[in-house]
Design a binder for this molecule. Structure first.
Ligand SMILES: Cc1cc2nc3c(=O)[nH]c(=O)nc-3n(C[C@H](O)[C@H](O)[C@H](O)COP(=O)(O)OP(=O)(O)OC[C@H]3O[C@@H](n4cnc5c(N)ncnc54)[C@H](O)[C@@H]3O)c2cc1C
Length: 305
């Protein structure tokens, strides 16, 4: 068991690393445990982070982030936190391959995972940059182009409508063989934006270089410049679930204004929290949570019940 930390940060993406920087500068005893699979690493080039007008790739963001922690001697341990439990007022984390860690506070910045579309002979389409996930992030670069959106239900309809009213009037929704299943309001919105809906399964995909050039559906060929997937996310809340933390209807952790979950002393930041899944948002969450943790340390543990 390590000496007791003021805070254990679980997750070394933009949210977790920002929290660690703040806590280090508050002179707190902090450690980051990171399994090493951040969504941020999937970003080909981000254009919506201020200070990087020419864009910056996700891996470079992470490299710079970790480098910013180096002067403070903060430990970023490559390890999965397997379990988290309460022991009196403390938390005890069991880590794969390392000694358990005891901490007064825990910040979960474990992020989420995208549900990948199941396209024929096309594993890892998103990691390979063939399919995009985030029109908020890079829709601007797709303006005026032929855009396919993989999705169904209210989520698929919402994303198609968002892109149609913001970036392009050439949008096709591909449900990959599922029924569209939307209510009359969503149907009217899609009709208003002249979004085409294709409910038949995709039978073949033609890849040319770094893009999907064509999709075949029963002999019919559809050509797109850009393909987005809108199949939703799975929030990585397992550690919080074991402690009984509250989640919203979509499965994201609910937090108070100081980013504390319903479990006293357990905080959350980044994609794991409901809201806009964006780097600047996750960093803001982390700054608030870290400051609240610092203040809670100064106040001893009154707010931990
Ligand atoms: C293709 C793509 C493009 C994007 N483009 C942009 C963009 O241009 N601009 C933008 O602002 N956002 C963009 N995003 C969204 C952005 O990547 C996320 O909002 C951001 O990465 C969230 O940061 P996070 O720290 O919450 O989570 P993550 O970056 O996902 O990091 C979470 C970390 O926690 C670790 N972890 C999980 N569970 C455990 C555990 N039990 N123990 C230890 N570690 C654990 C994971 O392995 C991971 O390393 C994009 C996302 C994708 C997929």
């Amino acid at each position: 068991m390590t000496d007791k930390l003021d805070a254990l940060v679980v997750g070394g993406g933009p949210a977790g690393l920002t929290a660690a920087l703040y806590l280090a500068r508050f002179r707190r005893r902090v450690m980051v445990a990171d399994e090493g699979d951040p969504r941020a690493a999937w970003i080909p080039s981000s254009h919506n982070i201020p200070f990087f007008a020419d864009g910056i790739p996700g891996p470079e963001i992470l490299r710079r982030h970790r480098a910013a922690l180096a002067p403070y001697g903060i430990r970023v341990l490559r390890a999965r936190v397997a379990t988290l439990r309460r022991d009196g007022r403390d938390f005890v984390a069991e880590l794969d391959g390392h000694a358990p860690v005891r901490a007064r506070h825990v910040l979960l910045a474990t992020g989420s995972r995208d549900n990948e579309p199941d396209l024929p002979d096309l594993p890892d389409a998103v990691r390979r940059g063939l399919i995009r996930y985030c029109p908020v992030c890079d829709g601007y670069e797709s303006r005026g182009q032929r855009i396919g959106v993989i999705g169904h239900g209210a989520g698929g309809a919402g994303e198609a409508a968002f892109i149609a009213r913001t970036y392009s009037d050439d949008i096709t929704l591909l449900t990959l063989g599922r029924p569209m299943e939307i209510d009359a309001d969503n149907r009217a919105t899609l009709d208003r934006h002249r979004v085409r809906i294709v409910e038949r399964p995709v039978t073949a995909v033609e890849v040319q270089g770094d893009r999907i050039a064509a999709i075949r559906i029963d002999g019919q060929e559809l050509r797109f410049d850009v393909l987005y997937s809108a199949l939703g996310l799975r929030y990585r809340t397992e550690l919080a679930d074991a402690l009984g933390a509250a989640r919203d209807a979509k499965g994201a952790l609910t937090v108070d204004a100081g980013m504390m979950t319903s479990v006293p002393g357990l905080y959350a930041a980044g994609d794991i929290v409901a809201g806009l899944d964006q780097i600047v948002v996750g960093m803001s969450h982390a700054a608030i949570a870290a400051t609240r943790i610092h203040n809670a340390c100064a106040m001893r543990t009154e707010d931990e019940g």
